[in-house]
Design a protein around this ligand. Structure first.
Ligand SMILES: NC(=O)c1ccc[n+]([C@@H]2O[C@H](COP(=O)([O-])OP(=O)(O)OC[C@H]3O[C@@H](n4cnc5c(N)ncnc54)[C@H](O)[C@@H]3O)[C@@H](O)[C@H]2O)c1
Length: 259
């Protein structure tokens, strides 16, 4: 029970990595404020939490400031604190730059980057008052280097990495740690959609596109599982990681090791 009485805000909690992380925090005693645009997905996660887990669900779009304000209202009313923030909500684009419309560009930047800005701003206020807290930003291997058909997505994730570094530097003196994780290829609906779209461009199926990518690029020759990411997030939020801030941590089976 590493997180008993801690309050954790998790965005993109209804699916994939966010879902697994929410369940892992719930199993370790945390009180949860779960955020997602997908109301039915959030309800499913809520139904999978331990019965003694205290949680609130906020259905909202992280790219709108009102969603972060709703989180702050709930945290203030019920707990008067936020100890942990996992900025995880994200969307992908699969297109080279000349095919990336303004709408695609804005959607990916607003969700992946501006959403983290709004949510961090609100949660930092609680952490500064309390003299401590932990923030984890879910970036990507795509933020560490360019990848095919991902100009907007890669750019947003590179931005999120520097957002994490700046947050770490500015708030270390307030007892607040901030780290970025860079998952590689993790088995989630996002990964499936991404490979379907890459496959269409190559005239192969999504499953074939994924297998090709794994065979050609991942030294461990397999896709990662959501639990393998959740475990790292929980470690980084625990006192065992008390001296880690400003780190950018690949969770990718070696994908970016040889780049
Ligand atoms: N799966 C991978 O291979 C992989 C690799 C690197 C990074 N990531 C990152 O991990 C994070 C989680 O992705 P996932 O793979 O679990 O995907 P997913 O699609 O399974 O989950 C993403 C969740 O975010 C929610 N969401 C999307 N836009 C939102 C918005 N505007 N407001 C609120 N919620 C929103 C979705 O409804 C969904 O529940 C993303 O930031 C993604 O970029 C994933």
């Amino acid at each position: 029970m590493r997180f008993k009485d801690k309050v954790a805000v998790i965005t993109g909690a209804a699916s994939g990595i966010g879902r697994a992380t929410s369940l892992a925090f719930g199993a370790e005693g945390a009180n949860l404020i779960l955020v997602d645009i997908d109301e039915s997905g959030l309800a499913e996660v809520a139904g999978s939490l331990p019965t003694d887990c205290q949680f609130d669900l906020i259905v909202g779009d992280v790219s709108k400031e009102e969603t972060s304000l709703a989180v702050a209202r709930v945290a203030n009313k019920i707990y008067k604190r936020v100890n942990i923030l996992f900025n995880n909500a994200g969307v992908e684009t699969v297109a080279p730059l000349h095919e990336t419309t303004e709408e695609m560009w804005d959607n990916v930047m607003d969700t992946n980057l501006k959403g983290a800005y709004f949510m961090t701003k609100q949660c930092l206020a609680f952490m500064i008052d309390a003299g401590g807290g932990v923030i984890i930003n879910n970036a990507s291997d795509a933020g560490l280097r360019g990848i095919k058909y991902s100009a907007a997505y890669s750019t947003s994730k590179a931005g999120l990495i520097h957002f994490s570094l700046s947050t770490a530097v500015d708030y270390a003196s307030k007892g607040i740690r901030c780290n970025a994780i860079c998952p590689g290829c993790i088995r989630t609906p996002l990964c499936e959609r991404f490979n379907e779209n890459v496959g269409k461009r190559k005239g192969i199926t999504g499953a074939q596109a994924l297998q090709e990518f794994v065979d050609d690029n991942i030294p461990m020759k397999r896709v990662g599982e959501c639990d393998e990411v959740a475990k790292v997030v929980l470690f980084l939020c625990s006192p065992d990681a008390g001296y880690i801030t400003g780190a950018v941590i690949p969770i990718d089976g070696g994908l970016t090791a040889g780049m």
